[in-house]
Write a new protein. Structure first.
Length: 640
């Protein structure tokens, strides 16, 4: 960046400041007595570039106005590479401040507004305010070495970005560590919740087995009763038919005997009377038959018909008897069938709930809602019904004997329907409360199973959340480890870049210092904090900066400042650059001043425009300047 023109109105001392056609190379001298307005030129350049001066902050712009003026302006024209730019600022006593940056030849400005202009200018020239005052602008103050820890120097050395990245890494490490700590506490809480659940993996299968067994028992009791009732219905329906068939069988047997007897007697009589007529048996039989009223001897020849008819009736009755016996056999099977069912029902253990009615009452007291109370009441009623049914049949042994007798009689089809109905009624009274109680207990178990499943689901979710949290913790640990490694690499890189920067500054100062000190000091040492020790050819040893004269100290510090400026040009600006030195030779004698002025144009190929402010310059050195600007107490309009 090279300044070509500077114009200002009503800023600081000057009502009008017009510096045009400024030389782009060489020395530009500004001289004058104290309070003559020399430093105002440098302050105006600084304000034009950054909206603030070295002595006034960004919020003190109104103090830049000339005494009594209500507004002021400045225009700074400068060259960057092959382009000309103009930066204009306007401010008034009300605190209004505007800025505009434009490129010569372009209709649209590069940027307008204070912040946009600031950002655009920094991107264009390669430095900001802090770097400017650390390198290119030496205000009227004591010359000192650049501070190694300053942001500007770090930026010149290239480590500012590394430190910024390192700071971001530290912030991220803290955030990751905090998140990991929170996750660890979350895991502890989740594990505590999981432990409090006291999960037993065998508990749910036991509940389901118990429910299934109880439901099967209930279904078995109901099925036994239903099957027995069905068999009893068939038995009771067939029992009178069986008795009728049995009576009919006896009746048929009687007539079958009569018919057989008649057939035999009639056949024998016919044979004796017709075939053995002269025998004594025939005479005796005839005598007997003659006693029958209305019997005639001629009837004897018809007796074989009687025998045949009786035989036919016998056969017919025998055939009917076969059907009756078949029906009796079919109906007789109802008894054994019912007996088998009744035996299974009779032997069924209805005492499947050993707890007493009082236990149900206790459960009732523990239940808080109306539905639970109603359920417990039903259970108590069922238990009481079972107890009553047990008492009605006496002791278990007496009950078993009665059932055995009944089943034996049923098996022989001897039990009456009334006896069967009484047996079924008794068993129904036992089965019904068992069914109610089974339903209640199955419902309770279903509730327990549902609750246990919910507990298991919650436990599974807690375990999943724990694993997920542990996985996240592992990810946080990996990120922390990665950032710590990155931070170490950044720190190593920063130290290497800092050493390289110091080495380059040392080399530059080593080249500049002999020019300022007429060859008396050539070698120096610069540590990581930019502290300087210089080698004295006279004393043949390195001296601390405090061990040399103040004039030589200022020469060394000026060389350090110029070396840092050269570093900034090389690393960031990478273009020709101006430098403004306000009273750099204070306390220099004429010889040192002349030597320094002769050395300045030879310092760098990039720092080509050098502004130097002094109260006066040695007469023999005035020819070294490409432009001289003289200031005076009465001059309020300065023109070049």
């Amino acid at each position: 960046m090279i300044i070509t023109d500077l114009t200002a109105r009503n800023l600081l001392k000057y009502k009008k400041l017009d510096l045009h056609g400024l030389p782009e190379t060489g020395l530009i001298g500004i001289s004058g007595e104290n309070e003559s307005g020399k430093s105002s030129v440098g302050e105006t350049i600084c304000f034009a570039l950054f909206g603030q001066s070295f002595s006034l902050g960004p919020d003190e712009g109104k103090k830049m106005l000339r005494w009594g003026a209500t507004s002021g302006s400045v225009k700074l024209r400068f060259r960057v590479r092959d382009a000309i730019y103009e930066l204009a600022r306007f401010l008034d006593s009300d605190g209004n401040h505007s800025a505009r940056l434009a490129r010569e030849g372009d209709e649209a400005p590069v940027a307008t507004g204070i912040l946009p202009v600031e950002n655009a200018l920094t991107a264009l020239v390669g430095f900001d305010y802090d770097e400017y005052v650390e390198a290119f602008y030496l205000a009227q103050r004591e010359i000192h070495a650049p501070e190694a820890g300053s942001h500007a120097v770090k930026k010149m050395a290239g480590i500012a970005a590394l430190e910024h990245a390192g700071k971001e890494l530290d912030d991220e490490i803290q955030a990751e560590t905090k998140a990991s700590t929170e996750l660890n506490q979350e895991i502890l809480n989740l594990e505590r919740e999981h432990t409090d659940l006291e999960i037993d993996d065998s508990y749910l299968p036991k509940l389901e087995q118990e429910r299934e067994a109880l439901a099967n028992t209930g279904r078995l009791a109901k099925n036994l009763l239903t099957e027995t009732q069905d068999a009893a219905g068939t038995y009771n329906e067939g029992w009178p038919k069986l008795k009728s068939a049995q009576a009919r069988k006896r009746f048929q047997g009687f007539f079958k005997f009569i018919f057989l007897l008649v057939a035999l007697l009639a056949g024998a009589a016919w044979y004796v009377l017709t075939q053995m007529g002269d025998s004594s048996q025939a005479q005796q039989l005839g005598s007997l038959l003659a006693r029958i009223p209305q019997w005639k001897e001629d009837y004897a020849q018809y007796l074989h018909y009687v025998a045949g008819g009786a035989a036919g009736l016998f056969i017919l009755t025998w055939l009917f008897g076969l059907g009756t016996r078949s029906r009796i056999r079919a109906l007789g099977e109802n008894g054994p069938r019912l007996a088998d069912k009744a035996e299974a029902l009779g032997r069924f253990d209805f005492d499947i709930f050993p707890e007493t009615v009082e236990a149900s009452d206790e459960a009732d007291e523990e239940s808080g809602d109306g539905e639970s109370s109603a359920t417990a009441d039903a259970a108590s009623h069922a238990e009481a019904s079972v107890t009553s049914a047990r008492e009605s049949v006496g002791s278990p042994s007496a009950d078993d004997a009665a059932i055995d007798r009944l089943i034996s009689r049923v098996r022989r089809n001897e039990a009456t329907p009334e006896e069967v109905e009484n047996f079924l009624a008794e068993k129904s009274d036992q089965v019904e409360p068992v069914q109610v109680r089974v339903k209640i207990e199955v419902g309770k178990l279903a509730g327990d199973i549902s609750e246990e499943k919910e507990r298991l689901a919650l436990a599974a979710k807690l375990k999943h959340d724990i694993e997920l949290a542990r996985e996240k913790m592992s990810q946080h640990a990996e990120r922390v480890e990665l950032r710590e490694l990155s931070g170490e690499l950044l720190a190593l890189g920063g130290r290497d870049m800092s050493r390289r920067f110091n080495s380059e500054v040392r080399d530059l100062v080593g080249r500049l210092l002999p020019l300022f000190t007429e060859g008396r000091y050539e070698h120096l040492q610069i540590d990581d904090n930019l502290n300087v020790r210089v080698f004295s050819t006279e004393k043949k040893d390195f001296l601390n900066i405090e061990e040399i004269s103040s004039g030589t100290q200022r020469q060394i510090m000026l060389a350090m400042r110029l070396a840092v400026s050269q570093q900034l040009v090389s690393s960031l600006v990478k273009d020709r650059q101006f430098i403004f030195l306000d009273e750099p030779f204070a306390f220099f004698d004429a010889a040192r001043t002349h030597a320094s002025l002769k050395a300045l144009p030879r310092l760098s190929d990039e720092i080509t425009q050098i502004w130097v402010v002094a109260q006066s310059f040695p007469e023999e050195a005035r020819g070294d300047f490409t432009a001289l600007i003289d200031c005076g107490h009465e001059i309020v309009e300065l023109t070049l």
